[in-house]
Design a protein around this ligand. Structure first.
Ligand code: 6R9
Length: 670
């Protein structure tokens, strides 16, 4: 198993470039204490760290009591066959019952679970009582289609309530779901259907994107012509756009409103073992076939419910929570569907993009519903920065009290913008580090406890054990850099890669013995707070120095003319690799002669001459995944004049044509 190039003096270990840059990032000593009223009423205080440190398993056993169990677990962790964990193994529960029915039984049936805002402006408020009826009907319909516990169901839907309802209906039946992002191609869908051997696909005629209906069903039809998808016997189709030209395969395709509509709205949930599979979610990674990350029920639900309660300080009676993620991303699974609903939250679900029909759409939604907790990704924050401060300023955002970030390291500049222009210089920002594989949040500030620092995910949450190690697995001292590892099992950890235990061992557990290797570079500052530096695979090697993509990108974004940046190392005969930067300029900035030099000089000043990009290319867009992560692999292909590799997980494939078209002129600037 290879982890690419040796990164031994990696990511700042004795490397003057990175140490200097961290000093730069911290030079203003910007720290923000929690607001006093939030701290005084916080769900979780500093005592949680002590309790968890004194008795980690006891701490998680106590968190498991947030759930309603049909059979209470007596065992917490079975780690007798590492790294194959069993949490709460002798307990039994039903996940959908925990997310829906128990709230109705507790007298909260009239509470709104979901405020749905469709892209065209249609709305729907779904109470917990209605959600219970909808989920029951859907579960009855799936049963009629022959779905039984253990059968896999693929879900390929836009961001509409049926996506959440379908997930919960599967969970209710113990049928693991595999949600495939609606932006993925027919090929990507077919690969995932095949790998999970799905029996039913739930889709829609289409969804709305930028004001227009965009068809989904044709991709399902195409996927099902591909080898390995023969076992799909039914396709359940939600009517969302009402397009007239929906192709139909008799005997296989059924309308959701027909079959779900005619079911009974009651359904008795069955309790399943805590280790019963809940879902498979595919992560693409940089090479090889997608990995089907397997999550189970009891431990997963415990950790997502606890972290949603602790990190967002959720007060379900008064808060209105909004996570802008797509349900096809793990963030949508854990922090739209399972965590918030297990906690009885009221949440917003929005179908569209932030700039449709105008660039104030998100802030209009915050104002309309009085959103108090907002959870989004750095890529979206940088896009809003690019559009200008005057846009959010037009709306009343005073309801917001906690702001979250996830998906990438958040550049200090974007963090400060988020705090000032969205959080009124008041709301704490929780920068949450975690992965599809971790299932739930792992590192994050606590909003009522932590003094936050722009750009740092800071500390492992209570009950989580993480650190930074060097190439020899030695924990680095404060001020040192290396690899982020998780040193103890955690309840919402992946259990394996679907159908491939060996790959699970090789990918995550073989690099450092007994430790989970996350694949991210990280650094500890002088206080022991952790700063994420990007994927280890993306680290650049320039004249013998390892340079982190995150640091060069943050330096670029700290220039007033830059809204967003992506850097890659391109093969270079003199220096092994040279840094090639792709930048998106802020609203008013012009792409003039001197700009490229200005930006190179700015990075040189911030990080040292070695980190100066050799090339700087202003572009209109960057290639992104469903979660807004920049696909640096594709940019590397462009920078090295290669044909593009697999683009099937790109949200907008036209972006690459635009970028390639830029290249000849830019290259001649060298
Ligand atoms: C939840 C999610 C996981 C990778 C992870 C890391 C990056 C996520 C981050 C972050 C720095 C944060 N990442 N959150 N990096 N700070 N707060 O994103 O899952 O799509 O599987 O990606 O995302 O590189 O390893 P997933």
């Amino acid at each position: 198993m290879s982890y690419g190039r040796d990164t031994s003096h990696a990511l700042g270990m004795g490397d003057d470039v990175s140490n200097e840059s961290l000093a730069n990032l911290l030079k203003e000593e910007r720290r923000f204490a929690p607001p006093a009223d939030l701290a005084a009423n916080a769900n979780v205080t500093a005592a949680a760290y002590e309790q968890a440190a004194a008795d980690r398993l006891g701490f998680w056993a106590a968190q498991a009591r947030r759930l309603t169990w049909a059979t209470e677990p007596t065992e917490t962790l079975d780690w007798s066959n590492p790294p194959f964990a069993k949490w709460f193994a002798d307990g039994k529960l039903n996940v959908a019952y925990n997310c829906v029915d128990r709230h109705v039984e507790n007298g909260l049936g009239d509470r709104v679970a979901i405020h749905f805002e469709g892209e065209p402006g249609d709305t729907r408020a779904i109470t917990y009582a209605e959600l219970q009826r909808e989920v029951s009907r859907a579960a009855n319909a799936l049963t009629e289609l022959g779905v039984a516990a253990g059968d896999r169901v693929a879900i390929y839907l836009p961001m509409i309530p049926e996506a959440v309802i379908a997930m919960l209906a599967c969970a209710r039946l113990g049928a693991p779901h595999s949600v495939v992002f609606g932006g993925f191609s027919a090929d990507a869908l077919a690969t995932r259907i095949n790998d999970a051997d799905a029996r039913v696909v739930i889709t829609a005629d289409g969804g709305y994107r930028r004001g227009k209906p965009s068809a989904l069903k044709p991709a399902v039809d195409e996927a099902l012509t591909k080898p390995g998808t023969e076992n799909v016997r039914s396709v359940l189709v939600v009517r969302r756009t009402g397009q007239e030209d929906v192709a139909w395969t008799e005997g296989r395709d059924v309308w959701w409103h027909d079959i779900v509509g005619r079911q009974s709205d009651t359904h008795t949930p069955e309790a399943f073992d805590a280790e019963h599979p809940l879902f498979i979610l595919y992560t693409s990674g940089t090479t090889g076939k997608p990995k089907g990350i397997l999550h189970t029920t009891g431990g997963y639900l415990t950790q997502v419910a606890y972290t949603h309660h602790a990190v967002f300080d959720l007060k379900p009676e008064t808060d209105v929570y909004w996570c802008t993620a797509d349900v096809g991303w793990v963030t949508g699974h854990s922090y739209i569907t399972y965590g918030p609903l297990a906690n009885g939250a009221t949440e917003v679900l929005y179908e569209g993009t932030p700039d449709s029909p105008h660039q104030g759409r998100w802030w209009e939604i915050v104002q309309k519903y009085g959103v108090t907790i907002l959870y989004t990704a750095p890529t979206a924050i940088r896009a809003c920065m690019k559009w200008g401060d005057d846009i959010p300023a037009k709306y009343d955002l005073s309801s917001l009290r906690v702001l979250g970030s996830v998906g990438e390291p958040i550049n200090p500049e974007a963090w400060m913008w988020y705090r000032k222009h969205i959080g009124a210089d008041q709301a704490p920002i929780v920068d949450t580090w975690w992965q599809t594989e971790t299932g739930g949040m792992m590192l994050s500030p606590l909003p009522g406890v932590t003094e936050t620092k722009p750009g740092s995910a800071q500390r492992p949450l209570p009950g989580i054990a993480a650190t930074v190690v060097d190439d020899e697995a030695r924990e680095v001292p404060d001020g040192g850099g290396g690899y982020l590892v998780l040193t103890e099992p955690w309840p919402s950890m992946l259990r394996t890669i679907w159908g491939d235990d060996q790959r699970y061992l090789d990918t995550y557990w073989s690099r450092f013995e007994g430790k989970y290797f996350a694949g991210d570079g990280a650094k500890k500052d002088e206080d022991g707070d952790i700063w994420l530096l990007g994927r280890v695979d993306d680290v650049m090697l320039v004249s013998g120095h390892n340079i982190s993509t995150t640091e060069v990108e943050s330096a670029l974004v700290s220039h007033p003319k830059v809204a967003e940046a992506a850097v890659v190392g391109a093969t270079d005969p003199q220096t092994t690799q040279s840094i090639c930067a792709f930048v998106i300029l802020r609203g008013s900035a012009a792409e003039d002669e001197g700009l490229v030099e200005e930006l190179r000089a700015h990075v040189g000043k911030q990080l040292g001459p070695i980190a100066k990009p050799k090339r700087v290319l202003p572009v209109a867009e960057l290639p992104k995944t469903r979660s807004g992560k920049i696909m640096r692999r594709l940019l590397r292909d462009v920078a090295e004049n290669r044909d593009l590799g697999d683009v099937s997980t790109l949200t907008d494939s036209g972006v690459m044509d635009l970028i390639q078209a830029k290249l000849p002129s830019a290259a001649s600037e060298d």
